[in-house]
Ligand binder design. Structure first.
Ligand SMILES: *Cc1c(COP(=O)(O)O)cnc(C)c1O
Length: 365
């Protein structure tokens, strides 16, 4: 039987998977610990009755985009729907950016360790990926980063802030310096703010027609809606026009568009949940500290920590010990540059207690 072979340049690219282990306490994928309020589900179900199912959905997702522009506007930052593009998760947004600006003969730059999907998606789109190392403490060496941009002349530079999996938030000056470097080589800076609402400032302040900066955000984490698959970008209108050329027609279905707009009616609930998660994060940090863990400052809803000296085996031992106690965290211990590290998502107070208790037992064992 003749059958096709996968593209040569993809044969060695590994897929991206999180362990789906059946445990009581799941703190491995940075989801929100609580569902959206019951009122959201009620309002969505009622509104769904109005969908004209026999018709294609609004191709421009105009209502949703206008609401997102309103959400992200401040007195100093007036955004319009024309600066917003929504898609099925911010992963589709990232893929669309790679399709529009990456591809053969083009380079994408990442600062490692970071979110694996940036390089993965770029490669799938045929883009050559250049990985620049962060310092050992996971801070960004701005001079080295700028030098890499000048040398590689990337079409796309991915900066994740707060960075997954390290938690670090980049300073405004860093983002500005990178923006200038990227513009000097006619590239684009993509700031992935999947955890932006947990951080103290946003690169949304830099977005304007004259700058080559785009910010991506998602409903998956802060909005408690990972199941929804909705993300968006905020950028210059010319970028939105470019990206619209590569998205599939009617890619965002009517129910998703509706669910997004309904979710935005519950912004106050979202802000309250985010505040709780931030205070729980500080409690986790104190608990990890008390157990003698090495950890890195986080502006997100997770904390990267390391049980002992850099040692992949110890990280895996602790991970397994936690699983044995029905607590699942992310095992990063065999990932490049993250030897021995584990990443825990902030859960409910009870889940965080269960995690700290289990970790204490594993460490004592
Ligand atoms: C979770 C996450 C996303 C979210 O992707 P969705 O497709 O919106 O669920 C994007 N970027 C980073 C860095 C993430 O950690």
């Amino acid at each position: 039987m003749g059958r096709p072979r996968i593209r040569e340049d993809l044969a060695l690219v590994e897929g991206y998977h999180s362990a789906q282990v059946d445990v009581a306490v799941r703190l491995n994928t940075n989801e929100a610990p609580e569902p959206p309020p019951a009122g959201f589900t009620e309002a969505l179900l009622a509104a769904a009755r109005g969908i004209a199912w026999h018709r294609y959905p609004d191709r421009g997702a105009t209502a949703l985009r206008a609401r997102i522009a309103e959400l992200e506007s401040t007195s100093a930052r007036q955004l319009t729907a024309r600066q917003v593009l929504a898609a099925n998760g911010s992963n589709e947004v990232l893929q669309s950016l790679s399709l529009a600006y990456g591809g053969a003969d083009r380079v994408a730059l990442t600062f490692e360790p970071t979110y694996a999907l940036h390089s993965h998606i770029a490669r799938v789109c045929g883009t050559r990926v250049v990985e620049v190392d962060r310092r050992d403490d996971f801070t960004l060496d701005v001079e080295a980063a700028v030098a890499a941009v000048e040398r590689e002349r990337p079409a796309l530079v991915f900066l994740c802030s707060p960075n997954n999996p390290t938690g670090r938030v980049e300073e405004p000056d860093t983002v500005r310096a990178l923006t200038e470097a990227v513009e000097a080589v006619d590239g684009l800076l993509v700031v992935d703010e999947a955890y932006g609402q947990f951080a103290s400032w946003s690169a949304l302040d830099l977005v304007c027609e004259e700058r080559s900066v785009v910010v991506t955000r998602t409903f998956s984490k802060t909005w408690s809606a990972a199941a929804l698959r909705l993300g968006y970008l905020v950028g210059p209108t010319w970028l939105v026009d470019d990206v619209e050329q590569v998205v599939l027609p009617y890619h965002l279905d009517a129910l998703t568009q509706l669910a997004g707009t309904v979710a935005l009616d519950f912004e106050a609930d979202m802000r309250a949940r985010v505040a709780t998660i931030v205070s729980e994060r500080e409690r986790l940090v104190a608990g990890l500290d008390a157990l003698g863990m090495t950890q890195w400052p986080s502006g997100a809803n997770f904390v990267l920590f390391r049980p002992a000296a850099p040692d992949a085996d110890e990280g895996t031992r602790v991970w397994q010990g936690l699983v044995d106690r029905s607590v699942l965290v992310r095992d990063c211990s065999s990932w490049p540059r993250l030897a021995g590290c584990l990443r825990v998502t902030v859960g409910t107070p009870a889940e965080n207690d269960a995690f700290l208790t289990a970790l204490g037992e594993v460490c004592a064992a």
